[in-house]
Design a binder for this molecule. Structure first.
Ligand SMILES: Nc1ncnc2c1ncn2[C@@H]1O[C@H](COP(=O)(O)OP(=O)(O)OP(=O)(O)O)[C@@H](O)[C@H]1O
Ligand SMILES: [Mg+2]
Length: 376
């Protein structure tokens, strides 16, 4: 049977929201299973319900031809049940499992021969102490599941700092411990892959994180042409193929001070590091994700400018970003402003700004300047 073109997205965040215009432009139906009434993607929300409730997700699945995701938190049992029902899931549960659990991801990457920071899975204070002494007295501890925007990540120098996590572990669960990488900078490589195997990569970008949250992205990563770009591309292709990913995959990377490229983590969906593609690539990550999910030919990933810089708006004005739009537009006519329609909460990603141009310093300054209009 030929697959139709009704796309269902689980999760009503800004990623689902930004899939809507991409779907509309190509004439696809898109509907969203949103977790709350006033979600970022409410314009396409056909159901408001709990994605952890099998009955809710099953009903939603009946209304679409293919399901994809705004986040990786749908429980594996539900995904497996949907697959048994014959629902087309992209990416599939076998791939998503590695985006959901940082320990299984680290294990699988080791099998694939992909370079990662040194790591172990810890269950006891002794495990943590042993790892710390092996890695010079400091490490990064992470909860295996459920982390985002730096929540679930702790830089530690003593085992006691993760005692609460160890005590809260359910049987069989573990805490991930990683080598505290001294990195020169962080990079992200995005790739799209169709079920039929075709892949397309955007240029590797530099990402800047503050308190574990992405604040800025520079595309392409300065001085990355050649060795760095080749390694990042090779790693992303190895993972996309090895894990049979369908849709967009973002690979977060560390470029170390001794010039190694290590994988930090994976996201199997459009990603903050690719928002610039909406305004400065022939094909945006959102359009590409939908093409890949529907197994359609992928679009070109060339940049339409030499440089693009994206700056996130975190928190924003209490009255909402729209209260400052006129001022930002007046001062920065070349800035592409994206508002997610989310209510104010300190530190929350509520929008972003992208500026494209040909001089990296000028473009960075303009993008920061434009975003600062929304930052109190
Ligand atoms: N092993 C490490 N060594 C040094 N810094 C690290 C390490 N792991 C994580 N970090 C820092 O913490 C940030 C957040 O870590 P990570 O990406 O694992 O967490 P997350 O909460 O899942 O993030 P995301 O919002 O990307 O899902 C990284 O971008 C990096 O700046
Ligand atoms: Mg991350």
């Amino acid at each position: 049977m030929r697959m139709g073109q009704r796309i269902g997205v689980i999760g009503g965040g800004q990623l689902a929201r930004m899939m809507i215009p991409a779907a509309t432009n190509l004439g696809f139906d898109i509907s969203v299973l949103a977790e709350m009434e006033h979600s970022s993607a409410h314009l396409a929300a056909s159901v408001v319900g709990d994605y952890r409730d099998l009955a809710v997700v099953r009903e939603f699945a009946k209304t679409v031809d293919v399901i994809t995701f705004d986040h990786e938190h749908v429980p594996a049992e539900i995904l497996d049940q949907l697959r048994e029902d014959g629902v087309v899931l992209r990416p599939g549960p076998h791939a998503l499992a590695f985006a959901q659990d940082k320990i299984s991801m680290r294990r699988r990457l080791a099998d694939l021969g992909v370079p990662t920071p040194g790591w172990t899975a810890a269950q006891t204070l002794e495990d943590v102490t042993e790892f710390l002494s092996e890695y010079g007295g400091r490490a990064v501890a992470k909860t295996a599941r459920g982390g985002y925007d730096g929540k679930g990540v702790r830089m530690i120098t003593s085992a006691n700092e993760v005692l609460d996590w160890l005590e809260a572990l359910a049987p069989g669960e573990q805490v991930l411990l990683e080598e505290w990488v001294s990195f020169r900078r962080e990079l992200a490589q995005q790739i799209a892959r169709r079920p039929s195997g075709q892949m397309a990569l955007w240029p590797v970008v530099e990402t800047v994180q503050q308190d574990g949250v992405c604040i800025e992205v520079i595309a392409p990563a300065p001085l990355s042409a050649g060795r760095v770009a080749d390694m990042a591309a090779h790693i992303a292709e190895t993972i996309a193929e090895g894990l049979d990913v369908t849709g967009v995959l973002a690979v977060e990377l560390f470029e170390t001070t001794d010039e190694r490229i290590l994988v930090n983590e994976l996201a199997m969906r459009p990603h903050n590091s690719g928002h610039w593609t909406i305004d400065a690539s022939t094909t945006s990550q959102f359009e590409q994700h939908l093409r890949a999910v529907l197994d359609l030919p992928l679009g070109a990933t060339d940049m339409t400018a030499e440089i693009a810089v994206m700056v996130n708006v975190l928190g924003g004005p209490v009255a909402g970003m729209t209260s400052r739009l006129a001022r930002a537009m007046e001062r920065h006519a070349n800035a592409k402003i994206h508002v997610y329609g989310k209510e104010f909460r300190a530190g929350r990603k509520v929008g972003h700004v992208t500026v494209a141009g040909d001089d990296v310093n000028a473009v960075v300054a303009q993008a920061r300047g434009a975003a600062s209009n929304f930052q109190d």
